[in-house]
Design a protein around this ligand. Structure first.
Ligand code: IMP
Ligand code: MG
Length: 222
């Protein structure tokens, strides 16, 4: 789904949202219900593509936790209601790169050290034929730098296949930008919050994906 640059969004008055954010937001870019419906379709697409393979889900914290939880839930439901049973293991990795609304140069990876545990228990033959697919579930791809760091990091586990699902992709000026295998929405080059996406740790408790206003930026600046 492409959200164009001149999309005015929805007025905040049309929805409910936490009172502590009154005055801090510009408009609703994507209402919560549409996020959930779109995620259900991504689950179906993923199910169709991965066939009978098992998945090792790598949830990219913190911003990806809502998307990951909803996507895993949809995959579980689809798998339960079909003949195909997909086994999923879930691990969490964390990367921090943003200060206020600016992407920072140095990135730290936290967690996900015991990935070998998730793959090491199976025999070589099993691995050859029923190899698990590593899937990163993350909130948003902006410049794509974070994703590149994560992908480089997973190389050492010699995975046969890595797929990336991101709820959002930002339309940046760079045409060579990284594109995930699956994504829910392509959005304008705006700083967005809500549905676990934060501005200095605030707004994760907002259901809709919204655009923050100048007042909100100033209020929560660090
Ligand atoms: P990238 O390295 O520029 O692709 O940025 C990726 C990370 O920055 C994401 O995983 C988010 O945590 C964060 N990020 C990028 N854009 C936004 C935004 O608009 N709102 C909130 N977080 C963002
Ligand atoms: Mg963040």
């Amino acid at each position: 789904i492409q959200i164009s640059d001149n999309w005015p969004g929805y007025s905040l008055d049309l929805f409910t949202y936490p009172q502590h954010y009154y005055g801090d937001l510009e408009y609703v870019l994507i209402p919560h219900g549409i996020i959930v419906d779109r995620t259900e379709r991504l689950a179906k697409d993923i199910m169709q593509d991965i066939g009978d393979n098992d998945i090792v889900v790598l949830c990219v914290l913190k911003g990806g936790y809502k998307f990951c939880a909803d996507l895993v839930e949809h995959i579980k439901n689809l798998s339960r209601n079909s003949e195909r049973f997909i086994s999923m293991k879930v691990d969490f990795v964390r990367l921090k790169s943003y200060h206020n609304d600016q992407s920072m140069q140095d990135m730290q990876i936290i967690g996900g050290e015991d990935l070998s545990k998730l793959t090491g228990k199976v025999s070589f033959l099993y691995f050859l034929f029923n190899y698990p697919i590593f899937m990163f579930f993350k909130d948003i791809v902006g410049t794509g730098r974070t994703m590149k760091v994560l992908l480089n990091n997973i190389e050492k586990y010699k995975p046969k296949m890595i797929k990336v699902a991101s709820l959002l992709v930002k339309r940046t000026s760079r045409p060579d930008g990284y594109r995930p295998d699956y994504y829910g929405f392509e959005i304008p080059d705006l700083f967005v919050v809500g549905y676990a996406l934060d501005y200095n740790e605030h707004f994760r408790d907002l259901n809709h994906i919204c655009v923050i206003n100048d007042h909100g930026k100033a209020k929560y600046r660090v």
